[in-house]
Design a protein. Sequence first.
Length: 334
Amino acid sequence: MSKPTAQTAEERLIARHFKPLATHPGAFGLNDDAAVLAPPVGCDLVLKTDGVIAGVHFFPDDPADLVAKKVLRMNLSDLAAKGAKPLGFLLAIALPQGISEEWLASFARGLGEDAKHFGCPLLGGDTDRTPGPVSVSVTAFGAVPQGTMVRRAGATAGQCVVVSGSIGDATLGLRLCRDPSLAHHWGLSREEQEHLRARYLLPQPRNALADVVRALAAAAMDVSDGLVGDLGKLCRASGVAAEIDVARVPLSPAAASALAREPALLETILTGGDDYEILATLPRDRVAAFRREASAVGVAVSEIGTVLAGEGGVRIIGANGKPLALTQTSFSHF
């Protein structure tokens, strides 16, 4: 009688760290080559993939549990902006030689906590060895009632531009992580420093807004590459232009303190990435309802500008009422 074939090291790693996260029956306990996912009756699937690489999207010594949460939340943020409810996700992770058991356990713990919190279980994926840095990619699946996904293309002249939460915190937090002495230069309290660092380390996707986005927004996307650049993308998709009033862009107390000490930070705040807020356009008569519904789920929404006739340009109006010229409009990998 032949003996059972022993598990490979990869199979043991998956069983130990990731199988407990695969709670959806269609994941088959990660014991098959693929998963099965049926969208709710009358719904469309919404698909999104995004990833992170050590040294590019996060510092190599960032806590592993926060890295896991960050990459999942990046994808959840896009689902929220489309008005979609999360259904599950696939994970592809490439690990360098010598990655510690403690790092993997922390990563899996963070991923499992968020999978449970957001109702988005692991469905499957891939594990690989890499000669380079840690690389993690997530493909998330969501659902919307058929034909109701909110696209970038949908903005029309005369609509209002709104944004959730606050802008610029994460990019300032990144700068603070790189140069802690900026805390003194910006006159930040300890609480303000922690706020900015936390916004960089751990996005707060606005999934609580998915229903109101789907019901009231004409066009929407999440702010991941900078407010000005992402609004430009939305405008190009819709064949319109837009105008933003800088004085109405929502800032946290920490970002406002930094800006007061260093006015040149305005461009960083407007164009830096990793905000993971929702940017939307909607008819003026829906703004009050959008704000009211957002407030009911604990999310502030600010009206920051207007959609204009034109082709793709975003005009930024400064505090003096004159247009601002920016040297860059968006974060870009290339």
